[in-house]
Ligand binder design. Structure first.
Ligand SMILES: Cc1cc2nc3c(=O)[nH]c(=O)nc-3n(C[C@H](O)[C@H](O)[C@H](O)COP(=O)(O)OP(=O)(O)OC[C@H]3O[C@@H](n4cnc5c(N)ncnc54)[C@H](O)[C@@H]3O)c2cc1C
Length: 426
């Protein structure tokens, strides 16, 4: 009977190390040197490297990559448990070499790159000597890839790319851009002539690709394979993301509970007011449900495949967004005026929560996928009534008893009595 929710003691030791390391080393770095990981200052770089070396010594660097792709091959469940810690600390994913969008791009390179492409891009990305961005969404529509127009045309030993992309996160500071074209996924160095980055938005960039020429070997994977590669970069990533979201929910929950015990109003501490208790109880249950759902989905991926688990991966995606919205709202509300300031993490968490329902695909699209997939295992009922229509089921059940009624007429009389009683109640 394999139904066990515990963590192996040896792995718990690793988790304890990650938790202590993040609390004692990563958080102080974040507070004093925000965005240190991207700094070009040699002194800051040395600080970051010192921490990253400790992560590497623990064998926890680039932990999202499977063993055959050059990572520790922890599997999604263990990865999920680690991400549940990392998600609480801003730069922890980078300190562990596991930050989006590089993770997904590295997964595509590891899975589809030639040996030469891996040496040229994957190795420096793994060492954080090179940063990347992912250019998929277009201004005319993000949710429907069939609306994308960016296209590459072969010209001798080169491809010429023309198109326009919207919301390429960190595109401005990336060394290379993974550009999804209608006929393939291309790697484009950012400084290639024709790559024009618009002034707005600042962080998620609007980029025009105007007659951008790249060598033929900058096509990643097969020609026309962009959609398959795009799926590859999202599957497992959503689970890591979900566990980091749980970390955020727990942070909000911890703040809510601590505050509820620390403030007084109308003669009692606010934790004793029932409407505050309701928020705490609802938040607790939502986090627990989400956590179990995410971990079970991770377990299913480990025991089958990303493809076979796609319905649950999609369901996790919009559920985590919903729980973050709820829990961060509850926490902000219980913190009162302080919650509305930027003096605690809660205001930023709450204001960022709606983006979770948009980034990586809007809720509606994932919900439609889930509903479509789930409905595949159902059939319409015949005739007017649903399968659970009680009079029909009761009549069928009586048929089952008919041989017993024939053998024992008293039993039929008793059954008739029940039938009369039921008819009188309806
Ligand atoms: C923080 C953040 C980071 C991002 N980073 C990147 C990145 O690095 N690279 C990149 O390429 N993109 C990125 N994106 C863009 C993201 O992929 C798109 O925002 C997303 O796919 C939705 O596209 P859209 O914004 O064009 O919204 P639209 O497609 O215009 O959708 C808007 C709304 O229309 C409704 N809608 C749309 N389709 C349906 C449907 N089928 N059924 C029902 N309702 C529907 C929904 O209410 C939806 O919210 C990022 C987005 C965010 C918020």
């Amino acid at each position: 009977m394999g139904w066990d929710f515990s963590t192996e003691p040896e792995f718990q030791v690793k988790l304890d190390w990650v938790e202590k390391f993040c609390r004692e080393e990563v958080e102080p770095l974040d507070l004093v040197f925000p965005y240190a990981v991207r700094s070009k200052d040699p002194k800051i770089k040395a600080l970051v490297k010192g921490l990253q070396d400790q992560v590497k010594a623990q064998g926890l660097w680039a932990l999202f990559l499977d063993e055959e792709l050059g990572g520790p091959g922890l599997g999604q469940l263990k990865l999920g448990l680690i991400n549940e810690i990392l998600g609480r600390y801003g730069s922890a994913p980078q300190i562990f070499g596991s930050a989006a969008p590089d993770t997904g791009n590295m997964e595509m390179l590891a899975a589809y790159g030639t040996e030469e492409q891996k040496q040229r891009w994957l190795v420096p990305m793994l060492n954080q000597e090179m940063w990347s961005a992912y250019s998929m969404t277009e201004p005319q529509g993000g949710s429907d890839p069939n609306l994308f127009k960016t296209h590459a045309v072969r010209d001798g030993d080169e491809w010429i790319i023309n198109g326009e992309k919207w919301f390429t996160s960190a595109g401005r500071v990336a060394d290379i851009l993974f550009v999804m074209c209608t006929n393939g996924m291309f790697v484009v160095p950012r400084n290639t002539p024709g790559v024009e980055i618009m002034p707005e938005p600042r962080s998620h960039n609007h980029i025009i690709y105007r007659d951008v020429r790249v060598p033929a070997d900058h096509l990643l994977g097969p020609e026309d394979g962009a959609k398959v590669l795009a799926q590859r970069r999202l599957g497992g990533g959503r689970i890591h993301h979900a566990m980091r979201t749980i970390a955020q929910c727990k942070l909000a929950f911890d703040m809510m509970c601590e505050r509820a015990l620390s403030r007084e109003s109308h003669g009692k501490i606010i934790a004793e007011h029932q409407m505050v208790q309701e928020k705490i109880a609802d938040s607790y249950a939502s986090i627990q449900m989400l956590r179990l759902f995410v971990l079970e989905t991770a377990w299913k991926i480990d025991n089958s495949s990303t493809q076979e688990t796609r319905t649950d991966i999609a369901a996790v995606k919009y559920t985590m967004a919903k729980v973050l919205r709820e829990v961060s709202f509850n926490a902000l509300h219980i913190l009162g005026s302080l919650g509305t300031t930027n003096l605690t993490p809660i205001q930023a968490m709450y204001s960022a929560a709606p983006t979770m329902g948009i980034a990586d695909g809007v809720d509606e699209v994932h919900k439609a996928t889930v509903a479509r997939n789930v409905l595949k295992s159902y059939r319409p009922h015949e005739g007017y009534w649903p399968t659970e229509y009680i009079p029909a089921k009761r009549a069928a059940a009586r048929e089952k008893f008919e041989p017993m009624f024939v053998a024992d007429p008293d039993l039929r009389t008793i059954a008739d009595g029940y039938a009369k009683y039921i008819a009188a109640r309806t």
